[in-house]
Design a protein around this ligand. Structure first.
Ligand code: FAD
Ligand code: AMP
Length: 477
């Protein structure tokens, strides 16, 4: 194997593997160092996202929602489904199959693009040398004109709930349980906690979510967050805000959790615990101290707007650097860096990156929230449309939720779109395109949306911003 490359990418998650593919497409001799060993004990590409993140969680969210609907909603459609049973080991196996197919697919793409996959743990040395330690502890050194750091992130562990076997687990452990815990505690009401809490709630667990902060989903538009909390509470997720976990002890098959809330010390006994208190970037052993790579005060690799580190020719992307810890953000940074290395122009609009929480209903947003616009003193207008008034949502019997569009009252430019509702992860693309094209309320109002679709709610919300929605009474007229 050659030990000299144009580009070496360290990390083969959605940031790193996409960067490697784009580099290779642009004619650069590219290698990717990746050390992931999957559940089957085999090296795998795809990182957190494909192995234990986006994809497996969505596979289980889908399976659990279908089970939940079969038990609770088929009757509403006139379908009799008796003796419906969740075969949890089979659900886990189908999730694993999806993961294996997709990670195998990346391996195929590497071969097709002639990317060298160096299996092992990479460490950046001075002068753009990379030392790789393989599974047998053998070290090899490679060098490149450019090095892209993309080692991603890992679950944060907290001393008040140390991981223990399959009883106290992180998000990866919660994707592999083969039986449904009777009573489950999720620590952290963030994106991952809510998604995994929903999976096990749908499959029958009694779920308590303990969240240290008083605010529910503070990064989400307030109105949408309030509406979501109502829906989750109706579904039986017992979300306790202002509840900080202080200690947990395993005794026999049970976990005793101590937490504090506004009333003082509280106790909770559960069968299993998911610790979902956030993620930290993987910087341990990424470089030697003499390399002088700048790490910021939050433990992230410091980069400028173009993902350049303080070392010439060394770039960093994905969860390892500032910005939302999202797969698509990392992938787009990977493409942008590859194009910059190849001397091309690149563009990544950090103000138009969508976020999604894949609960039911899904919560999706892009751009500014109403509370941000108020804080910034922007003269804004808003349009809101409930799915209750959508013909398609009615036909689906899935009417919970709202579309909210925020726009500059002076220029008409759309500044934010916020949706809680079925399939909002797909609908939010309309908002992303509108922001990317610097579109206005008038642009959306002039656009023809197919009938009957959920996307008509976006059209109506835009019309509503100017007091001319058709299917609801307009409040601002
Ligand atoms: P990673 O995916 O973490 O990949 C980094 C890779 O680098 C890993 O394979 C790691 O093994 C490897 N590595 C680390 N150090 C070294 C080293 N020294 N040498 C060699 N290899 C190394 N995001 C979304 O956008 N949508 C979602 O729906 C979503 N759902 C999620 C659900 C869960 C349960 C979790 C945990 C995360 C989810 N995320 C989601 C977040 C998403 O997975 C991450 O933002 C994304 O994977 C980050 O990509 P990355 O390439 O930066 O890092
Ligand atoms: P996220 O970073 O979006 O995954 O969310 C993680 C959530 O976990 C945050 O909202 C934190 O406030 C919450 N959290 C962190 N530590 C604790 C703790 N000890 N007890 C309860 N919640 C916590």
């Amino acid at each position: 194997m050659s030990d000299k490359f144009d580009v070496i990418v360290i990390g083969g998650g959605p940031a790193g593997y996409v960067a490697a593919i784009r580099c290779a497409q642009l004619g650069l001799h590219t290698a990717c160092v990746e050390n992931w060993i999957n559940k089957q004990g085999k090296p795998a590409l795809g990182g957190t996202c494909l192995n234990v993140g986006c994809i497996p969680s969505k596979a289980l969210l889908e399976a659990s929602q279908r089970y939940y609907d079969a038990v609770n909603h088929f009757d509403d459609y006139g379908i009799e489904a008796t003796s419906v049973r969740a075969d949890v080991p089979k659900m886990i196996a189908q999730k694993d199959k999806i993961v294996q197919e997709l990670t195998g697919g990346i391996e195929g793409l590497f071969k097709a693009n002639k990317i060298t996959w160096i299996q092992g743990t990479g460490s950046l040395l001075p002068e753009k040398h990379v030392e790789v330690t393989d599974q047998n502890n053998t070290k090899s050194t490679y060098s490149a004109e450019h090095v892209i750091l993309a080692t991603g992130s890992n679950s944060i562990e907290i001393p008040s709930a140390p991981l223990q076997g399959d009883i106290i687990v992180d998000s990866s452990g919660a994707l592999d349980w083969e039986s449904v815990p009777e009573k489950l505690c999720v620590i952290g009401a963030g994106v991952i906690g809510l998604e995994l809490g929903s999976v096990w709630r749908r499959l029958g667990s009694e779920v308590v979510v303990l969240e240290a902060q008083d605010a529910f989903l503070p990064m989400v538009d307030d109105q949408i967050a309030r509406e979501s909390l109502k829906q989750f509470t109706k579904q039986g997720l017992d979300i306790k805000l202002g509840a900080r976990v202080m200690a947990s002890t395993v005794s026999g098959n049970k976990v005793n959790i101590q937490y504090t809330d506004k009333d003082g010390e509280q106790q909770l006994q559960v069968d299993r615990v998911i610790v979902a208190v956030g993620r930290r970037s993987n910087i341990d052993n990424l470089t030697l101290p003499e390399t002088d790579l700048l790490i910021d005060e939050r433990g992230l690799v410091h980069v400028n707007g173009a993902c350049e580190t303080n070392l010439p020719g060394v770039w960093a992307i994905g969860d390892l650097v500032r910005g939302p810890m999202l797969a698509h953000k990392g992938s787009e940074e990977g493409v942008a860096v590859a194009e910059r290395i190849a001397g091309k122009h690149s563009h990544l609009n950090y103000d138009a990156i969508p976020s999604v929480i894949y609960t039911h209903p899904e919560i999706s947003w892009v751009g500014k929230t109403e509370q941000q616009l108020k804080e910034e003193g922007v003269n804004y207008k808003k349009g809101v449309f409930p799915f209750m008034a959508s013909g398609r949502a009615k036909a689906m019997q899935d009417t919970n939720g709202t579309v909210k569009i925020l726009a500059d009252a002076d220029t008409d430019a759309v500044l934010g779109m916020h949706i809680v509702g079925a399939h909002s992860s797909e609908l939010i693309g309309h908002g992303v395109l509108t922001l990317e094209f610097e579109g206005t309320i008038e642009d959306i109002a002039h656009t023809v949306f197919a009938h009957p679709t959920l996307s008509e709610a976006i059209h109506e919300a835009a019309l509503g911003a100017d007091g001319r929605a058709i299917h609801i009474p307009n409040r601002n007229r």
